[in-house]
Design a protein around this ligand. Structure first.
Ligand code: TYD
Length: 204
């Protein structure tokens, strides 16, 4: 059985982890072994990097931020994700390099192509088989997050930043329609889960 690499992308508060958990459950019912992971923070080193990049006080320059995410990604892919794919497992990952292109590229205004190249270098060109984009109006994303008490450094950015992130995601999806499944995050949890299963089933 060959491995399958699925990434889930979308703004903060778009419901990525809910959908990943539901898909994982369904994949296990289909007899597949599933690895659920996330970036930043999918490894021990990654947890330290996550803490720095999301919660460190004080300014982190855009390039330093991009490199911290890339370092997390390099460690994660080589030590955890590639081995799982080689064992024929299904990897379901919250966020991958499209997050860097959207947040560090469009959000922080670095060159998106350079950010993409940095990630591909970090991962030795590992591309997902499928990327699920849970598209959400940035205002709604903020409302969903309001219930939380603490924002991380990126969630704290102004509305305009999140509007650029959303537009960048939609552009990425339009450029690679075979890789992306774009869904509206405001659909019901059950409808979203069903649409995702329908797209994943033929890949198994
Ligand atoms: P996290 O709490 O893991 O995700 P979510 O907000 O989806 O619940 O936070 C990760 C934050 O890091 C999120 O605001 C997006 C940001 N991020 C980047 O800016 N670049 C990246 O490459 C990745 C993976 C995440």
């Amino acid at each position: 059985m060959s491995g399958l690499f699925i990434t889930v992308e979308g703004g903060d508060g778009s419901g990525k982890s809910t959908q990943s958990a539901l898909l994982a459950e369904w994949l296990e019912q289909q007899g597949r072994t599933v690895v659920l992971s996330r970036e930043p923070g999918g490894t021990e080193l990654g947890l330290e990097l996550r803490d720095i990049v999301l919660h460190r006080r004080g300014h982190i320059t855009p390039r330093a931020e991009a490199l911290l995410y890339a370092a997390d990604r390099a460690q994660h892919i080589e030590t955890k994700i590639r081995p799982a794919l080689e064992r024929g497992e299904v990897v379901l990952q919250d966020r991958y390099f499209d997050s860097s292109v959207a947040y560090q590229g469009a959000g922080r205004v670095l060159d998106p192509n350079e950010v993409r190249k940095l990630s591909l270098w970090a991962t030795e060109n590992l591309l997902p088989d499928l990327t699920i984009l849970l598209d959400l109006d940035e205002h709604l994303g903020r409302d969903r997050l309001k219930e939380r008490t603490k924002y991380d450094r990126l969630e704290d950015e102004e509305q305009d930043f999140h509007a650029r992130v959303r537009a960048a995601y939609l552009e990425l999806a339009a450029a690679e329609p075979e890789r992306f499944l774009v869904l509206s995050a405001t659909d019901s949890v059950e409808d979203l889960a069903a649409a995702i299963r329908a797209r994943v089933a033929p890949l198994l």
